[in-house]
Design a protein around this ligand. Sequence first.
Ligand code: F6R
Length: 238
Amino acid sequence: MNYILTNSYEAMSKKAASLICAQILMKPACVLGLATGSTPIGAYKQLAALFKAGELSFKGVSTVNLDEYCGLQETHPQSYRTYMNDNLFNHIDIKKHNTYVPDGMASDYAQECAKYDKTIHELGGIDLQLLGIGNNGHIGFNEPGEEFVMDTHRVLLSEDTISANSRFFENEISNVPTAALTMGLRGIMHARKVVLLACGKAKFEIIDRALYGPVTPKLPASILQLHPDLTVICAKEC
Ligand code: F6R
């Protein structure tokens, strides 16, 4: 594991963007696994700036997102498709048809999940997977449980996650979707490189337990201890 501690959110974001940039320069037709939430927004800003400066092109890049809420139209302001368009895709030259986010409105979730895993497989797997971490140790929406779930699947969001994400839904818990589709742990663990971001003291305890405690499905991020190419970038302040 490569552990990088930075002093600020900006420094963490710049470091993450520079690793993603290096990945694209090394393999212009690479597959990026992308996360949403507050943590990666700064890295996406940095990537958009690199594109604007003419230093980076996403023309050959494909992306697969970790997750999407069930029951939100992709045009909903809080859907992860909207988030990706607003924070990254609308600011770079990526071809939209090469960007994949699970369809949270699919009528047959099992079929949609199987299709998503097939897509990842057909793309040749993920070259670099970007991750944040939930306060309860989730990655993607792989919530704490009794077993590691390997395939893309529908998950009922934990109370912790619903409460944490209510800040995106006018702080109203009842507005937060209760279920999501999430990439499973195989997609994440088979990524050739994983970059995990965490910022602020609130995340330090869970990062510490995930990286140095027992590997257990009760703390899904702990499985990353088994990943052969994991870079963790933390920021002291958020
Ligand atoms: C979102 C995702 C989640 C978030 C996690 C942390 O696609 O995969 O695992 O990374 O909930 O969210 P923030 O960054 O908002 O603290």
